[in-house]
Design a protein around this ligand. Structure first.
Ligand SMILES: [Fe+2]
Ligand SMILES: [Fe+2]
Length: 282
């Protein structure tokens, strides 16, 4: 295994104040609903990642990587569980979001049914790179969570930390299964283009529809949203270069070593470990 970080499955649980779903981030509807829109993609997306990695289990012999794959699957399953609850709060506030999540599930279902395993793995490592750079952006620019409700901030930080911790697992599986030849490179790069186009062409219309359906499309707060995403804090703007890094033929997710953030995990885990998991550990 070329990674130096071994992920660990943790059973963390958050008690989100669901009545704050629309404005939990600094009272700003646009930023809150933008992040909520991203959350709509997680449970179904994570199920696809789990499947793609699990499908390759027999092709991986490295015991360390096998162990990392098990932890990866465990982490994504926990993320899915917590974001399902998160999304339930969004469904209650904006009922049309349920159909959006279902649409994501249908699309991924078609990919699962029709696309061969290498293509699904290629889409998985592309989206894992996306989640890794989005996680890094959030951990680096904590002003994005300034004034956020603490439980919502905690779930986002936890997810970002674990996405960082396991960011190379699917990629290492890819390396073992597909190797580093020109065909593997073409499929990996093509997978990223495909994943980028599909992902963002769904995120933005969904985001605007959420605001529209809630009757908040023209609400105040766009200035702060643009400061966070494109202006001073520049969350989306700053994704472009790390995204492009992926196209280097010898790219590896740990080329950018941001493992220092992982030191934040024990404190978060101590605070949010699920009661049942605490009992089992005692
Ligand atoms: Fe995840
Ligand atoms: Fe992930």
């Amino acid at each position: 295994m070329s990674s130096h970080v071994m992920p660990e499955r943790r059973d963390l649980q958050f008690t989100l104040p669901t009545e704050r779903i629309s404005d939990w981030n600094n009272g700003n509807v646009q930023l809150s609903q933008f992040m909520n829109t991203l959350s709509l993609f997680f449970p179904e997306g994570e199920r696809m990642f789990i499947d793609a990695v699990r499908n390759c289990r027999d092709q991986v012999s490295d015991p360390e990587l096998k162990k990392a794959m098990t932890a990866f699957i465990g982490q994504e399953a926990m993320h899915g569980r917590e974001h399902e609850e998160y999304n339930e709060a969004l469904f209650n506030a904006v009922p049309s979001t349920r159909a959006m999540e279902r649409g994501v599930g249908k699309l991924l279902g078609v990919i699962k049914k029709r696309a061969p395993v290498p293509l699904r793995l290629s889409a998985t490592i592309a989206l894992e790179h996306f989640t890794a750079i989005m996680a890094d952006g959030l951990l680096k620019e904590q002003r994005l969570l300034e004034g956020a409700d603490p439980q919502f901030a905690a779930i986002w930080n936890w997810h970002a930390l674990e996405e960082t911790e396991h960011k190379a697992v699917a990629f290492d599986v890819w390396d073992q299964v597909m190797g580093r030849g020109p065909a593997a490179y073409a499929l990996r790069a093509g997978g990223m283009i495909f994943a980028t186009v599909v992902f963002w062409s769904l995120v933005f219309p969904f985001f605007l529809k959420v605001l529209y359906d809630e009757g908040k499309l023209l609400d105040k707060g766009w200035g702060y949203f643009f400061r966070c995403t494109l202006g001073e804090y520049g969350y989306l703007r700053k994704l472009v270069l790390p995204w492009a890094e992926y196209f280097r033929p010898n790219f590896h997710p740990w080329d950018q070593d941001n493992s220092a953030y992982l030191a934040q995990i024990p404190e978060l885990a101590a605070r949010y470990t699920a009661p049942a998991a605490q009992k089992a550990a005692a």
